[in-house]
Design a binder for this molecule. Structure first.
Ligand SMILES: [Zn+2]
Ligand SMILES: [Zn+2]
Length: 268
C-alpha cells in the first residue's frame, strides 16, 4: 500500500486508480486493527490524510469522466508520513505515462525538474537583481534630487524666475484694470478700454530665439503655428516683447490710452 500524495492530475490511469484502491484497502486494514508500522517506516502512508486524499482522487476521477461508487467513511486516525516530492520523482522515473503528465503540467512541486527549476530560478534571480539595481539607482536619484532641492531655493531656477515674472505681470495687468488669466501658456488680459494683450514667456517657446535672452516675453504673433493660435495672436495687436519693466510700461501706456513709447509689438 502506498499513498503517492502528489497532485492527482499528475497520475496516469493505473497509478490514479491504484492509489484509490489502496486507500480503501488501507481503511479496511485500519478498521481491522492491522499494524501499519511497515508502511510508516518506509514513509509510504500518512493515515491522517486518507479522507482528504480520497476526496482529491475522486475529484480527479470525475474530471476524467470516471465512475466512482465507493464512498470512504470518515476515519479519524493519525500516523505515518509521506514524502510527496520524492514520490513525484519516483513516478517520473518509473512510469512513462506519469512522466508525460508531469511534463505536460510543468509540475514544480517536487524536485523532478531540479535542473530546469534551477535554470529558471537563476533567470528569475538575475531578473530580480536587475530590478533591485534599478530600484537602488532610483533611490539614489531620488536622494540626489532631494539633496539638490534646497539648493534650488537659494538659486532661482528658470521656473521660479518665470513665476516671479508672472506675478509682476499679473500685478501690472490688475493695476491697469484687467483680469489676467492664463491662456496659451502666457498671461492674457483685457484692459477696461478694450485693449487686449498677451504676455508670454520664453520657457513656453523653446525654439524661439529669445528663449535664452534677457527678454521675458515673446513676439507671440510669430509663435502660433496652428490656425487657432495664429488667429488668437492676430486679435491681439498689443502683444508685447521686452523686459519685465518694459512690459509693465507697455501695459500702463495701453491702459492710459497712449501709444506705447517703445513699441515692439507683434505684427498687426
Ligand atoms: Zn473510493
Ligand atoms: Zn503512472
Amino acid at each position: 500500500m502506498r499513498m503517492w500524495g502528489v497532485d492527482p492530475a499528475l497520475l496516469c490511469g493505473p497509478h490514479l486508480s491504484g492509489e484509490h484502491k489502496e486507500l480503501h484497502m488501507m481503511r479496511g486494514s485500519l478498521r481491522l486493527g492491522h499494524s501499519m508500522q511497515g508502511y510508516f517506516d518506509k514513509q509510504q502512508i500518512d493515515v491522517s490524510l486518507i479522507n482528504s486524499r480520497h476526496d482529491a482522487i475522486v475529484r480527479e476521477f470525475k474530471r476524467r469522466g470516471w465512475n466512482h461508487q465507493s464512498p470512504l467513511p470518515t476515519l479519524k486516525v493519525t500516523g505515518g508520513s509521506i514524502d510527496a516530492a520524492a514520490n513525484l520523482k519516483e513516478l517520473y522515473k518509473r512510469c512513462p505515462d506519469c512522466r508525460a503528465r508531469i511534463e505536460r503540467h510543468k509540475y514544480k512541486g517536487g524536485n523532478i525538474m531540479a535542473k530546469k527549476q534551477a535554470a529558471s530560478k537563476k533567470k528569475k534571480q538575475a531578473g530580480s537583481k536587475k530590478v533591485a539595481k534599478k530600484k537602488v539607482a532610483k533611490k539614489k536619484a531620488a536622494k540626489k534630487k532631494a539633496a539638490k532641492k534646497p539648493a534650488a531655493k537659494t538659486q532661482p531656477t528658470r521656473n521660479s524666475r518665470a513665476d516671479r515674472v508672472d506675478a509682476k505681470i499679473k500685478t501690472a495687468l490688475k493695476k491697469a484694470g484687467a483680469t489676467p488669466e492664463l491662456k496659451m501658456g502666457g498671461l492674457y488680459g483685457e484692459l477696461p478700454n478694450g485693449v487686449k494683450l498677451w504676455v508670454g514667456q520664453p520657457p513656453l517657446l523653446k525654439n524661439h530665439k529669445l528663449h535664452s535672452s534677457k527678454a521675458i516675453t515673446c513676439e507671440a504673433g510669430r509663435v502660433g503655428k496652428t490656425k487657432t493660435t495664429a488667429t488668437f495672436w492676430k486679435t491681439l495687436p498689443h502683444t508685447a516683447i521686452g523686459t519685465v519693466a518694459e512690459i509693465v510700461q507697455h501695459i500702463n501706456a495701453l491702459a492710459a490710452g497712449k501709444k506705447p513709447a517703445k513699441r515692439r509689438a507683434a505684427k498687426k
